[in-house]
Design a protein. Structure first.
Ligand SMILES: Cc1ncc(C[n+]2csc(CCOP(=O)(O)OP(=O)(O)O)c2C)c(N)n1
Ligand SMILES: Cc1ncc(C[n+]2csc(CCOP(=O)(O)OP(=O)(O)O)c2C)c(N)n1
Ligand SMILES: [Mg+2]
Ligand SMILES: [Mg+2]
Lengths: 325, 341, 325, 341
C-alpha cells in the first residue's frame, strides 16, 4: 500500500473529487498561489485554474455563506476556514443557515457544502490560533462533523463529505499534516458515522479523536508493558456518532477513557461519557475518565502550553486510574 | 390627490463618479401596470388579514407585514425572469406573493400547516418556495446575503443567464455580513442584485440612529465600487424599471448592482407593536406615501374600477384563509424529518 | 417579601446597578425608546438618558466588542444580544477577545463586561429565534456563565455579574419573563458558582436549569403522588460550576436526571453527567438520565415544536426511569 | 538617490465631497526627525534580529515582521499623547517599540519569558503593555477594532482628552468586524483613529485580489461619512503630520478619523514565507520604497552619522536579545493563572 502524509491525503481527496465532478470547487484565504497556509492545496491552482480554486478576501462569514449559496444552486463547494478559531466568525452561517435551510424549507433545499478547517496546539501559536472547537458543532442538528486522524481516514471521509448532500464540517489537525500513513491504492470512501477500532484490547477502551488517537497509541504501548490491554476506538465522525461501536467496545472492556485535545469541560468527551454511562451502565467497572486540555486559554510560552494540552502520559494515567493502578 | 416627491427620489443610476438618469425606456404598458396593482392589492389585503388573524390569536409565533412596501416587492419580482432566484427577510410575505407563490400555500405556512410553502417547518419568517425561485426568507438580519452572492457566483461560473436577488432592510446595512457579501460579490462580479428596502426604521430604531448614511445608502455600495441605483420605492413603475436594468446588468456578468430603494413602513415592526417610539407625524408621512393610491391615480381608475381590483384581492385572500384554516396539522413526530437530506 | 416578574427583576437589577455606579451603562438593539424587544429595559432611557442607554445598530460583533473596549477602559458595560441565536454573530469577540485578554496579557487587562441574552422555544418563533446555546460558552475558559431561573436569582446574579471583573454571559429565557416570584426587599447579590437546592427529596436528584427548573418542579409534584421523592438542584451558574453541591445531592439520592431545553446532544447535561458519573460513581444506582430537546432544529408548527422541546412529563418519565418505574 | 512618489501619495485629508490639502504646519524639527530615525532603525534591526533568531530555531510559534512599515509605526505612535491607547495586529513589534515599550521586554515576550511584556502568556501576536497604552495585539484580523471603538466611546462619555487608535492591514478591511466598528464609531463620534496600513498584501493575496477598492481604501470610510486622510506611509513626517491632525480631531470629540496609509511589506508575510506568489518586481518595488534611506536623505546624514544611529540600534537590540535569552521561563503550572481576574 502506498504511503501519504495526512497533508497529501487531504490534497489527494480534493484533487480526485475535483477531477471527478466539476461542480466541486474550493474557496478560502490564500489557497491559490500559496497553496493554503498549511500547504494543503498546493498545485491545485495550476491544475484547476482560478475559477475553481478561489482566493478569498478575509471574510469568514462570506466564505461559508457563498459556499452555502453555491451549494443551494447546485455546486459542491469545499470551503476552507484557515484556523478553526475563525469559525467564531462564520458560525451564524454554519449554524443558522447551512444547518437549517433544509429543515426550515420542509425539505426543499439541499446544502451539499463541505467546510474544512484545522487547528490545534503544540507549536506555540498562542491563544487565538489553537482552539479545538469541534464540540460546538456536534451540538447543532443539521450538521455532520468529522475529525479524521489518519491519511486513509481523512481522504476517505473528505470524499464522502464532498458527496454528502448535507453540510459537513471536517476538522483537521495542524500537527497531523506531516504524519505519514498507509492509504489504499484507490481512494476508498469512508461512510460518515462509522467508528474504527484502531487497536484491540481487553482491559479498557480509549475513545480518542484527532491527535489523541496517536497519543493514545503511545499510551497503549506503555500500558501493555505494564500488563494492561488497551482497545482504542476512533469515532472519526462525531456527528452522526457511532454509538453502537463505542458501547460495544466498552461492554467488552468494562472501562473507558475519552480523549481529545479540546478543553475537557464541555468537550466532546462529555457527550461520549454521557452516552456510555447510559448505555453501558451495568458494564462499567470504573468511572469513565476524561482526558483533555486544562481549563485555560492556550499560553504562548512552550512550557506553559505543554502543561495545558494532553499528552500520551495523560492518557496513560487515565488508563491506569480506570484499572485501579 | 397630488403627491410631492423629493428630488432625490427620482429614479437614477450612478456608479462612482458619474450620475446618470435611467431613461424610462422600459416603461411598461397599462396592462402590465394593472397587473402590478393586482399584485400590490393582493399583498395589502393579505397582510391586513394576517394582522387581523394574528390579533385574534390564531397565528403562532410573530409576524412582520410589508404594508407600505408593496411596490418594492412587485416592482422587483415582476422584473425577474423565470429562472432568477431570491432570498428574503423576516418581512417576506410581500416578496413571496409578488413572485407568484400560491397565496393559499403562503397563508397555510403562517398557520403551520402541511400545505404551507415550507410544509409548516418554516413559518412566516422562513417562507421557501424553490419552484418560484424563493430560496428562503431569513430571520437573521443579513443572513441571506452571502448565499445570494454564492448563488450568483454559481450562475456566473456555469455561465447561466440567471440572477440571484437579495432583499434586506436599511437596518441590515450595519451588519458585517452585508459588508462581506457586497465585497465578495463585486470582487467576483457575481450575478447578484442587492435590494435595500430603506423603510426608515430598523424595529424601533430610526435610520439616523443606526447609520451615518441612512439618507443615502448608496454610499455603502461605493465602498466596493459597486454600481448602484437610487429609486423611489413607492413608484412601482420606477422600481420595475430600475430592477430590470439592474437585473440585466447583473445577468450580463458585468457585476452586481445595489438598488437603494426608499420606502416606508406604514405599520409597526411586528404585528402588535405599539410603536411607542414613533411620532404621529412619522406614521402620517408613511401613510401619505402609500404606493397604492399613487398607482391608482397613475392609472386614472374610477372608484368602480378600483373596487373591482380590491374585491378580487379580498376574494383571493379569503379563499387563502379558508384553505389555510382547513389545512392539515403536521404529525408531531414529523418534526424529526428533514433534519438531513 | 415583594413579588416581581422575572422581567421586572432583571430591570431592577440593571436600574440599581446603574444608580449605584455611573460606570455601568447599557447597549443593545432597540433597548432605548422601545425598552428592548422583551420590554426588559423599559423606562431606563427616561431615567438614565441616551448616553447610558444606547440603541445600537444591528451589529452584534461591534456591540460586544465595543463593550469589551469600554470595559478595558474602565467602564462596566452591560450589553444585550437580542436573541441568543445572534451570539453566533459575536462569538469571535466573546471567545477570542473578552475571554482571553486577561490571559494573553499576563494579567494586565480586566474586562468587566456583562452580556445579557435570551432565547427559548415554546412560542413558535421558528428555527432561528429559539436556540439554547449556553453549552458553547461553558466550553470557553475565561468566561463565566449564568442561567438564572427565578426573579430573585436573576436580580442577584445580574448584580454580581456586573460587579465581577470578568466577562459574564447571563442567559435569560423568553418564557420566564412574565413569571412571578418572591424577591428580597433589598437586592441580595448572589455569588457566581453557587447552586441552589430548589426542593429537597431523597429518591432522585434533578439538576435543571432555566425553564426546566419550573418544569422539573411540576414533574416533582406528580412524582410525589406516585411516591417518588425528588430533589431539585439549580446550578444557576454553569461556569464556575458548583460541582460540590451537585455531587453531594446525588450521593444522597443515588440517582440523577439532568434537564435543560437545549438539544440533549452535547448539551450542558453532558458535562454534568460526566462530572457526576466520575465523582459519584459508586453512589449511582441507575444511569444518569438526560432530558433536553430532540436532535432537530426548531420547527415552526406548534405541534412539531412541542414535540421537540422537553416538558414536565419528559422530566417525569426520566425520573421514573431512574427509579425503575 | 531620487525617489519618485505618485501624486496620490501626498498627504491630504478629505471628507466626502471635499479634498483639502493638509498644511505641513505641524512639520517637526530636525531633532524630532532624528528621534524618528532612531526609532525606525531600532524597529528595523529588531525585526532583522528576530528573523535571524527565528530561522535559527530559537523562537517558538510564528512571527510577522514590520520591515518596510517602520515609518507608519513611528509616525503614528510619536503623534500620540501619553494617555492615548492603541490596539495592534499580528504584525505588532513595530507599533509596540515605537510606542516606547522596553525592547528587552518585547524581545523577552517573543522568547516566552516571564520578563516579557505579556509575561510569556501572549507571544509575538499578543503583545500587551498597558503602561505604554498598548491594549493588545490581536491575531484575529479585525479583532481589535470594536474594542478601540468602545474605548474611544468610554473616553468620549467621560469627556477625557484621550484617543484610542487601531492599527490594521488592507486585508482587514474585508472583514465584517471592520465595517461594524467604523459604523458604530462614526455614529457615536467616538474618540478613535483607524490606521489602515495598506501594504499591498494580505498574506499571499494582493490587494487587487481581495478588495475592489484596494488602491483607494478611503472609499471604505466614505461608506460611513467618516473623515479620512490619505498619507504616504513611507514618509514618516507625513505620517506624523496626518496622525497628529487625526488625533486632535478625534480628541476634540468631533468624531473618528480613518487614516489611509500606503506602505510596503518588504519581507514575507511571516518569517520563513518563501513568497512563491510574489514577483521579483514587486519585492524590488517594496524595497525601493524603503522609508529609512528616505528619511536619512531628508536629514542629509553622512555615512558616519547614519552609522552612529545604526550602531545604537544594534546595541539596543543585542542587549535586548541577551536579556531575553537569559530570561526566566514561566513555571508550567503558571498556565493556570490569569484565566480569571
Ligand atoms: C442579526 C440579527 N440581529 C437582530 C435581529 C432582530 N431584528 C429583527 S428585524 C430587526 C430590524 C431590521 O431592520 P431592517 O433591516 O431595516 O428591516 P425592516 O424590519 O425594516 O424590514 C431586528 C433588529 C435579527 N433578526 N437578526
Ligand atoms: C479572521 C482571520 N482570518 C484569517 C487570519 C489569517 N491571517 C493572518 S494575517 C492575514 C493577512 C492579513 O492581511 P493584512 O490585514 O493586510 O495585514 P498584514 O499581514 O499585511 O500586515 C491572514 C489572512 C486571521 N489571523 N484572522
Ligand atoms: Mg427597515
Ligand atoms: Mg496587508
Amino acid at each position: 500500500m502506498p504511503e501519504l502524509t495526512y497533508r497529501e491525503a487531504v490534497r489527494d481527496g480534493l484533487v480526485q473529487a475535483m477531477r471527478a465532478d466539476d461542480r466541486v470547487f474550493i474557496m478560502g484565504e490564500d489557497i491559490a498561489e500559496m497553496g493554503g497556509s498549511m500547504g494543503v492545496t498546493q498545485g491545485l491552482l495550476d491544475e484547476f485554474g482560478s475559477e475553481r480554486v478561489r482566493n478569498t478576501p478575509i471574510s469568514e462569514m462570506a466564505i461559508v455563506g457563498a459556499g452555502i449559496g453555491a451549494a443551494m444552486a447546485g455546486m459542491r463547494p469545499v470551503v476552507e476556514i484557515m484556523y478553526e478559531d475563525f469559525l467564531t466568525l462564520s458560525l451564524e452561517q454554519i449554524v443558522n443557515q447551512a444547518a437549517k435551510h433544509r429543515y426550515m424549507s420542509g425539505g426543499q433545499i439541499t446544502v451539499p457544502l463541505t467546510i474544512r478547517t484545522q487547528g490545534g496546539a503544540g507549536w506555540s501559536p498562542g491563544a487565538q490560533h489553537a482552539q479545538q472547537l469541534e464540540a460546538w458543532l456536534v451540538h447543532v442538528p443539521g450538521l455532520k462533523v468529522a475529525y479524521p486522524s489518519t491519511p486513509q481516514d481523512v481522504r476517505g471521509l473528505l470524499w464522502t463529505a464532498i458527496h454528502d448532500d448535507n453540510p459537513v464540517v471536517v476538522f483537521e489537525h495542524r500537527l497531523l499534516y506531516p504524519v505519514k500513513g498507509e492509504v489504499s491504492e484507490e481512494l476508498e470512501p469512508i461512510p460518515l458515522g462509522k467508528a474504527r477500532v484502531v487497536r484491540e484490547g481487553t482491559d479498557v477502551t480509549v475513545i480518542a479523536i484527532g491527535p489523541l488517537v496517536h497519543r493514545a497509541l503511545e499510551a497503549a504501548k506503555q500500558a501493555e508493558e505494564e500488563g494492561i490491554s488497551v482497545e482504542i476506538v476512533d469515532p472519526r465522525t462525531l456527528q452522526p456518532l457511532d454509538e453502537e461501536a463505542l458501547v460495544a467496545s466498552v461492554k467488552k472492556t468494562n472501562r473507558a477513557v475519552v480523549a481529545h485535545e479540546a478543553v475537557t469541560r464541555m468537550g466532546f468527551g462529555a457527550e461520549v461519557t454521557a452516552v456510555l454511562q447510559h448505555q453501558a451502565f451495568d458494564y462499567l467497572d470504573a468511572p469513565i475518565e476524561r482526558v483533555g486540555a486544562k481549563f485555560t486559554p492556550l499560553a504562548f510560552a512552550p512550557v506553559m502550553e505543554q502543561y495545558v494540552i494532553p499528552h500520551a502520559e495523560d492518557v496513560l494515567a487515565a488508563i491506569k486510574r480506570t484499572v485501579g493502578k | 390627490m397630488v403627491l410631492h416627491w423629493s428630488a432625490t427620489l427620482t429614479a437614477g443610476a450612478y456608479t462612482p463618479g458619474t450620475l446618470a438618469k435611467v431613461e424610462r425606456e422600459t416603461t411598461v404598458g397599462e396592462g402590465t401596470l394593472r397587473e402590478f396593482l393586482h399584485d400590490m392589492l393582493l399583498i395589502r389585503r393579505f397582510e391586513e388579514k394576517v394582522e387581523e388573524r394574528f390579533r385574534a390569536g390564531e397565528l403562532p409565533g410573530f409576524l412582520h407585514v410589508a404594508i407600505g412596501q408593496e411596490a418594492v416587492a412587485v416592482g422587483v419580482c415582476r422584473a425577474m425572469e423565470e429562472d432568477d432566484i431570491f432570498a428574503s427577510t423576516h418581512r417576506a410575505h410581500g416578496h413571496t406573493l409578488a413572485r407568484g407563490s400560491n397565496p393559499r400555500r403562503v397563508m397555510a405556512e403562517l398557520y403551520g400547516k402541511v400545505e404551507g410553502v415550507s410544509h409548516g417547518y418554516g413559518g412566516s419568517m422562513h417562507l421557501y418556495d424553490v419552484e418560484r425561485g424563493n430560496y428562503g426568507a431569513n430571520a437573521v438580519i443579513g443572513g441571506g446575503l452571502p448565499a445570494v452572492t454564492g448563488a450568483g457566483l454559481a450562475f456566473k461560473m456555469r455561465n447561466e443567464p440567471r440572477v440571484a436577488v437579495a432583499f434586506f432592510g436599511d437596518g441590515a446595512t450595519n451588519i458585517g455580513t452585508f459588508h462581506e457579501s457586497l465585497n465578495l460579490a463585486q470582487l467576483w462580479r457575481t450575478k447578484t442584485v442587492f435590494v435595500c428596502e430603506n423603510n426608515h426604521w430598523a424595529e424601533s430604531t430610526p435610520g439616523c440612529q443606526h447609520s451615518p448614511v441612512w439618507d443615502d445608502m448608496s454610499k455603502r455600495a461605493l465602498a466596493f465600487n459597486m454600481r448602484s441605483t437610487k429609486v423611489d420605492g413607492q413608484d412601482v413603475e420606477a422600481v420595475y424599471a430600475a430592477a430590470r436594468e439592474a437585473l440585466e446588468y447583473a445577468r450580463s456578468g458585468e457585476g452586481p448592482v445595489f438598488l437603494d430603494v426608499l420606502t416606508y413602513r406604514m405599520h409597526g415592526h411586528y404585528i402588535g407593536d405599539p410603536q411607542v417610539y414613533r411620532s404621529k407625524e412619522d406614521r402620517e408621512a408613511a401613510a401619505y406615501h402609500d404606493p397604492i393610491p399613487r398607482l391608482r391615480e397613475r392609472l386614472g381608475l374610477s372608484d368602480e374600477e378600483f373596487e373591482a381590483f380590491d374585491e378580487e384581492a379580498h376574494r383571493v385572500v379569503d379563499d387563502a384563509l379558508e384553505f389555510a384554516k382547513s389545512g392539515t396539522d403536521p404529525k408531531p413526530e414529523d418534526a424529526l424529518k428533514n433534519v438531513y437530506a
